[in-house]
Design a protein. Structure first.
Length: 401
């Protein structure tokens, strides 16, 4: 029995052996309130058949943490529950989830239709690695449902969208995209990172697979990099699990635990992010140095009507165009004191980015405009500070800009 190996008694074993094996105590009869962290890379079996089964399919036992881990399994089950799906897969990053899903659903000669305002890492994956594997991609405006339908070919296998896009916060009409995917017998895959399952559950609108960068709102504290995919179909889940094993972006148990801890306060944080974002968006809209504010909760945002239909809040990400272009944008982000100039979103601290002077600095004004990004566009991930303090910080930074 495996347990016999756990109790290295004093009379039988030498000091060195007892130091290696330690003295194990039985698992507690009382249920821990916080999920235990199973920080073990490998698990012992008392039976070779069970070992072989655990290697062949998910959900058959724990063999090796690149395959499955009990702490990670708890996060997978929690996310499947919150998204209304059947199976979860946790990865080492959001890109780990996106690449495992896309490279398992798509094969050489297949075609994928994606929304044009796509997260940069996903764009790089489908125009780089996926193309190297012979996977073809087309980009469409997801608000033009006829164009989406027209882009589908006999080889199309996947329609890919983001619930809320970045940085202009367009909201995808998921019920309409779900209907297109259903009619074409293809899978709708949705990156739900910016909404979180608290504000939107894409499976309810026809998605087969939902993806998150758990680094963002799920983790919520800018202290972990993690990703999740939730599936409705067992075979699609198994195929993505297999892709993850082969590609290697498996999660560390401690990272899974941090995300589990973050999720406990997701509803409270999301409600507050939405409230603070509304206060800041409405204040920015009235400021003379601000040309335009992008936040789907504002009635003049092009996605306002869709947002009211499919979101139960408008999230904490917003953008605005600053008069004065690239230089003004750079000066604003450098002048802010409370808000930090940093990548990522969804944490408790307010973060700023200015694509034209950082991530997109090589792009000319024309190329930026084509990507839908103004030279003075500032993206704000609203944190959980009091709105009056964020407004005061922006006021003094706008003076300098
Ligand atoms: N999807 C969206 C919408 C993102 O914003 C990001 C990261 O910024 C990712 C996916 C990738 O996630 P990660 O950085 O956790 O790999």
């Amino acid at each position: 029995m495996a347990d016999d190996h756990s109790y290295t008694d004093h009379d039988t074993y030498s000091f060195g052996t007892r130091a290696v094996h330690g003295t194990r105590v039985p698992p507690p009869a009382e249920r821990p309130i916080s999920a235990p962290i199973f920080q073990s890379s490998t698990f012992a079996f008392d039976n070779a058949e069970r070992y072989a089964n655990a290697l062949s399919r998910p959900g058959q036992g724990y063999s090796y943490t690149r395959y499955e881990n009990p702490t990670t399994a708890q996060l997978e089950a929690t996310m499947a529950n919150l998204e209304g799906g059947a199976h979860g897969l946790v990865t080492a990053s959001g890109m780990g989830a996106i690449s495992s899903v896309l490279l398992s659903l798509l094969h050489s000669g297949d075609h994928v239709v994606l929304q044009q305002s796509l997260y940069g890492g996903t764009y790089s994956l489908v125009t780089g690695l996926a193309r190297t594997f012979g996977i073809e991609c087309s980009f469409v405006d997801p608000s033009d449902v006829d164009a989406v339908r027209a882009a589908i070919k006999p080889t199309t296998r996947v329609l890919y969208a983001e619930t809320i896009s970045n940085p202009t916060l367009e909201v995808a009409d998921l019920p309409a995209l779900g209907a297109v995917a259903r009619d074409a017998h293809i899978s709708l895959v949705v990156d739900n990172t910016v909404a979180s399952p608290y504000l939107c559950r894409p499976i309810e609108h026809g998605a087969q697979v939902v993806i998150h960068s758990a680094t963002k709102y799920l983790g919520g504290h800018s202290d972990v990099v993690s990703g999740v995919a939730v599936f409705t179909d067992a075979e699609q889940h198994r195929a993505a699990w297999k892709a993850m094993l082969d590609l290697g972006p498996s999660p560390d148990p401690f990272a899974s635990w941090l995300v589990l801890r973050g999720i406990k306060t997701l509803p409270i944080r999301m409600r507050q992010h939405c409230l603070v974002a509304r206060a800041v968006a409405e204040w920015l809209e009235r400021h003379p140095k601000v040309e335009r504010v992008y936040w789907p909760g504002l009635p003049n945002h092009p996605s306002h009507a869709v947002a009211r239909r499919i979101l139960s809040g408008n999230s904490g990400l917003l953008s605005f165009d600053l008069r004065g272009g690239r230089e003004a944008g750079r000066r604003f982000t450098e002048a802010a004191r409370l808000a930090s100039l940093a990548p990522s979103l969804g944490g408790v601290e307010t973060l700023l980015s200015h694509p034209a002077s950082t991530t997109h600095r090589q792009l000319s004004a024309e190329a930026l405009a084509q990507a839908g990004i103004g030279e003075g566009l500032i993206r704000v991930s609203i944190g959980l500070e009091e709105p009056e303090d964020i407004v005061a910080d922006f006021e003094q930074a706008l003076e300098i800009a």
